[in-house]
Design a binder for this molecule. Structure first.
Ligand SMILES: Cc1cc2nc3c(=O)[nH]c(=O)nc-3n(C[C@H](O)[C@H](O)[C@H](O)COP(=O)(O)O)c2cc1C
Length: 203
């Protein structure tokens, strides 16, 4: 199975709990002979929706010629999108920052959520066009069970990837990493259980 790991954290696994957990998942997937490609978003150029991209959107609809800068940005966005759609399973790895997802992950989502390519509008509302599954691995300094309305990281990832047609598998939410008593040793058995269960679901 072709798996894409979307790494939305500028830190290394030594300092990032979500990446540390993702490393275990990837090792287990590779043991089962799955192919795993990693996209380190903080080392990638992902053209965000800016003035030029907005202008290119408008011009493309009218069949107008793009400037060189507009063409370059649109070309790179299309290349990323074309590669993105070719996987069977997606692993999104991110920290919770200011109650939401890191901006590089949002930039990628703004590249891949394209009407006519990854979703379409129908009489009965929008329909996702991707096939496959995804899991989200997120670490957060706080614990959100009593204030879910403040959590826009996992809830956003969950909704947007389902919107694109992918089936959600059980997320790993590593919570309370900034609350003093979090330890990787203590968390290891929870992680191992999740990895065992999740790898079994990737077929
Ligand atoms: C810029 C920044 C913003 C953060 N915002 C939040 C937040 O809104 N809620 C929260 O629970 N933790 C927040 N944290 C703490 C991180 O979620 C926590 O350190 C988590 O472990 C990060 O994931 P990582 O260990 O994979 O890097 C923030 C950390 C940083 C650096």
């Amino acid at each position: 199975m072709k798996i894409l790991l979307i790494d939305a954290n500028p830190k290394t696994s030594d300092y990032s709990h979500s990446k540390w957990a993702a490393d275990h998942y990837v090792d287990a997937l590779k043991e089962k002979d799955h192919y795993v490609e990693v996209w380190p978003l903080y080392q990638m150029k992902i053209p965000m929706i800016d003035e030029e991209v907005m202008s290119a959107f408008g011009k493309s609809m009218k069949g107008m010629e793009l400037t060189e800068e507009e063409f370059e940005k649109m070309n790179l966005r299309n290349l990323i999108l074309d590669k993105f759609v070719k996987f069977d399973h997606y692993v999104i790895v991110s920290p919770l920052w200011n109650f939401g997802v890191p901006p590089q992950l949002k930039a990628l989502i703004d590249v891949i959520a394209v009407a006519g390519k990854t979703f379409k509008y129908t009489e009965n509302g929008p329909v996702g066009l991707l096939e496959g599954t995804f899991v989200h691995i997120q670490a957060s300094g706080g614990v959100y069970k009593d204030m879910m309305e403040m959590e826009f990281g996992n809830r956003y990832v969950s909704h947007i990837f389902k919107f694109l047609g992918l089936e959600e598998k059980l997320a790993l939410l590593i919570e309370g990493t900034n609350m003093g008593d979090f330890s990787r040793n203590d968390y290891q058995s929870t992680l191992d259980d999740w990895v065992t269960k999740s790898v079994r679901e990737v077929m």
